[in-house]
Write a protein that binds this ligand. Sequence first.
Ligand SMILES: [Zn+2]
Length: 462
Amino acid sequence: MLKIHNSMTGEKEPIRPLQPGKLRMYVCGVTVYDYIHLGHARMLTVFDLVRRYLRDSGFEVTYVRNITDIDDKIIERAAANGEDWTALARRFAAAMHEDCAALRLEPPDLEPRATEYIDAIVAMIGVLIAKGYAYLADDGDVLYSVRRFAEYGRLSGKRIEDLRAGARVQVDAAKRDPLDFVLWKAAKPGEPSWPSPWGAGRPGWHIECSAMSTALLGDHFDLHGGGMDLKFPHHENEIAQSCAACGTPFVNVWMHNGFVRINDEKMSKSLGNFFTVRDVLATLRDPEVLRYFLISSHYRGPINYSEAQLAQADETLLGLYRALEGAPSGGQADPAARARLCEAMDDDFNTPVALAVLQGVARELNTAKAEGRTAAAATQAASLRELGGMLGLLQQDPAAFLKRGAGAQVLDDAAIEALIGARREARARKDYAEGDRIRDRLAAAGVVIEDKPGGATAWRRA
Ligand SMILES: [Zn+2]
């Protein structure tokens, strides 16, 4: 039976659907103001895997993952680019979809955008005010009154008194309590806004997820996921909003994936070790290598990214495809192998063990091939395909996969154009170090670029 570590209780619990045979899950998606990075890729891949495995386990899954398409960062970036904010958000949402497709992630069943749910957001804020959980502050913002929600801090294991003591010296006089957070931001001149009973404004980030998840999955649903960094305050605030507004429990199981670290350091733009997904994909034989790497560690722990780790993932994946190459077809997968994989995955999605099961099957397949045992080889090959498919791996033609060179050769025209676009973005926001890094990466792939007057960039293969 599938057990999932519930961040709310700190324990692995058997999954108990609210409706028999059905699971409703919501995952906090991306704020679309830039290309997605490795941290996003991990979150997206982890929950793609969770969704696939829940479905393979026989549940009818509804997977909702939102897009935050209105946010301070979007407004700031658009202003810096001299670009319309809606155009910028659309552009980076499209880029995110391209990257997800490259990683062979299945699209969520529903992908709400915050700006499409303003009515639901305004309605929920209205309920919170009516119930006394929110108030209109002197500066025109609507704030959530944290002290009204007794269970605040339960998910992150924080005590309200400690949080309050740790809160910065209050500069925002409009707040009745330093922990209060914004539900509706009063419009500032020149910023996008929508009408509301409290004046023109725009939603805070936290209320979006409460309103969209409730609108699409109901007041109380099975599973909510996101990156570890969202546990506090974002998810804590979602719970406070939804439980108060709906008067029901919100979510049964909370799942949080760990961070991506780079060469054992935190990934950050200021440290210059920041990788977008398209940058990384441009260096790989195939995007499947990144997927393999991302699921090679258990989702709850940190994962350390380095070129050596990626090379290791590449080598292991090559080994699995070599085992499949030339293997006889037409076999029936071995139920015992599937049972071993399910045993690992049922244990809170233990992918390192699941991948070890795959490697064991590949070893048996190699032996059967070497010894000319055709029927056994066909069985193992079918197993390897089936189990790989459950993890989103090994679905390509082995010969085609093995023919592909690592690195430069896979930089097709579209990848080159994408990198040049990313460099243009970086330079537009005056991030010249990032721009130079992308130029070096192109050079390493044998692509020479030349900046033309007027901002265009020409390129040719050396
Ligand atoms: Zn969220």
